[in-house]
Design a protein around this ligand. Structure first.
Ligand SMILES: N[C@@H](CCC(=O)N[C@@H](CS)C(=O)NCC(=O)O)C(=O)O
Length: 211
């Protein structure tokens, strides 16, 4: 398989964790999101993913899949062990809720495109953009902190889709210097996950395109 990825992209980071947890080998095709105005905006990449975002996964059959959650579900359906969701419907809904809290409600507001829009189209100062970034992470993390179960992982004793989304979002928060001292459960889940080789290998600094 081939993964179009950028070392700092948290959506690509999710896909990397999922591939590693399933024990699947893949080649990284690095797409730099800021160099030359964004290599993701080139026609060659647009032909791969019309949305011009990473990640995109090319399967062994040559299918191109986009959207990290769809990619992760595909991997879980085609390689069931270890499962990313519990068996019971309530448990599955709870895991998906945490994953979506991060992937649908926090991440899109703080993603490259909206931040660029705030800066260039909306002419906002960097301090206002940083405040925006912190605001949405803190609001989301306050809910996440309350919802996290006993640990060591976000939904209990098994790694789930929720952890796959949590770890990259914490990495983003740290990169943008969001204080995490009021989120001890989130910090503990992050540490428990990063102790696992699949998460460790997926870290931005361990990617072939890391800077
Ligand atoms: N919902 C998408 C988000 C993908 C996404 O926005 N990726 C970012 C990097 S984290 C990106 O490629 N941004 C490039 C841009 O917006 O120009 C997913 O989960 O895959």
């Amino acid at each position: 398989m081939k993964l179009y990825s950028f070392f700092r992209s948290s959506a690509a980071y999710r896909a990397r964790i999922a591939l590693n947890l399933k024990g699947l080998a893949y080649d990284t095709i690095a797409i730099h999101l800021t160099k030359d105005g964004g290599q993701n905006k080139r026609p060659e990449y647009r032909a791969v993913n019309p949305q011009m975002r990473v990640p995109a996964l090319v399967t062994t059959e040559g299918e191109v899949l986009i959207q990290s959650l769809a990619i992760i579900e595909y991997l879980d359906e085609t390689h069931p062990e270890p499962p990313f969701l519990p068996k019971d419907p309530i448990g599955r809904a709870k895991v998906r809720a945490l994953a979506e809290l991060i992937a649908c409600d926090i991440h899109p507001l703080n993603n490259t495109s909206p931040l660029r829009c705030l800066k260039h189209q909306m002419q906002q100062e960097q301090s206002a953009i940083d405040a925006w970034y912190h605001h949405w992470i803190i609001e989301g993390f306050e809910a996440l902190e309350t919802l996290i179960a006993a640990g060591p992982y976000a939904c209990g004793s098994q790694v789930t889709l929720a952890d796959i989304c949590l770890v990259p979002q914490v990495a983003n928060a740290r990169r943008f210097k969001v204080p995490l001292d009021t989120f001890p459960k989130i910090v503990a889940v992050d540490a428990a996950c990063l102790a696992l080789p699949a998460f460790e290998r997926a870290r931005p600094e361990n990617q072939p395109d890391a800077e």
